[in-house]
Design a binder for this molecule. Structure first.
Ligand code: NDP
Length: 246
């Protein structure tokens, strides 16, 4: 299987459902050696078994991205399994939409911890490895909310704006052996609406998710496009929405 994905070791956070799961399956089908992390290890183990049954190479380990040490372990695990890490896809995320006046402060904390600190801890864990290898690729999953805000999305949008800014700043700081890609999806099929605790917001999101929806594999294909470019091409940003989403 000759392509620029085959053989690469690709570590994916939040790989137990939605975009992360689809990315693991798709990249493995292209010959990547994928390493899956998330908290629901039963789901990870089932996905790994299916990838292996289809002839792919995959491993999984428990990962909570809010814990700095667990991201260090995640990268070390990938190295121990496959000898290197070529790509870190920082995908784990939550979207508990709500009005600010509802003061769901614990959910604000969770979004900052998972969506922002999780990405930063991934950079802290992988950057020294990428520098030592003299090659590496950060793929950070933000959202179209990284450039847009509306009622109920204030804190979520703030966290995704942060992911965009962190990615762009990192891109400018690293040397040419390290690439940084931001993927900004529109509405995509996944379990994300389940993270909304407010019943009215959840209903509205589920309705929206019903009208215009990208399959999670569409995001996987965008990630594959960035990964498969020659080493001297850095795809900086990909923004994709289902046709018809405003
Ligand atoms: P899902 O809810 O299906 O997937 C989210 C993943 O994140 C799960 O695998 C979950 O695994 C993982 N996760 C959550 N908390 C943690 C944690 N503390 N540590 C490790 N993993 C964690 O939703 P999506 O696939 O949609 O979400 C993936 C990314 O895509 C998110 O960053 C989201 O913001 C972004 N996105 C999604 C869009 C959409 O419309 N679906 C649009 C734009 C962006 P587990 O619970 O097992 O830990």
């Amino acid at each position: 299987q000759q392509n620029n994905i085959a053989g690469k070791v690709i570590a994916i956070t939040g790989a137990s459902s939605g975009i992360g799961e689809a990315t693991a399956r798709f990249l493995a089908s292209k010959g990547a050696r994928v390493v899956l992390g998330a908290r629901r290890t039963d789901k990870l183990d089932a996905i790994v078994s299916e990838i292996q049954a289809a002839g792919g190479e995959a491993r999984a380990t428990a990962l909570d991205v809010t814990k700095k040490a667990q991201l260090v372990h995640f990268i070390e695990f990938a190295q121990a399994q496959f000898g290197q890490v070529d790509v870190l896809v920082s995908n784990a995320g939550l979207m508990p939409l709500s009005m600010m006046e509802s003061l769901k402060v614990d959910e604000w904390d969770q979004m900052i911890d998972v969506n922002v600190k999780g990405v930063l801890y991934g950079i802290a864990a992988a950057l020294p490895v990428f520098k030592a290898q003299d090659t590496g690729h950060f793929v950070n999953i933000s959202s179209v909310a990284d450039r847009w805000v509306g009622p109920t999305s204030t804190v979520y949008s703030a966290t995704k704006h942060a992911v965009r800014v962190i990615s762009e700043g990192l891109r400018q700081e690293v040397n040419a052996s390290i690439r940084v890609t931001l993927i900004a999806p529109g509405v995509t099929e996944s379990e994300l609406p389940n993270t909304i605790s407010d019943p009215a917001m959840k209903k509205a999101a589920v309705e929206q998710f019903r009208t215009h929806l990208l399959p999670a594999e569409a995001i996987a294909r965008a990630i594959a496009y960035a990964v498969e470019q020659p080493a001297d091409v850095d795809v900086n940003e990909v923004v994709l929405r289902p046709a018809g989403q405003k």
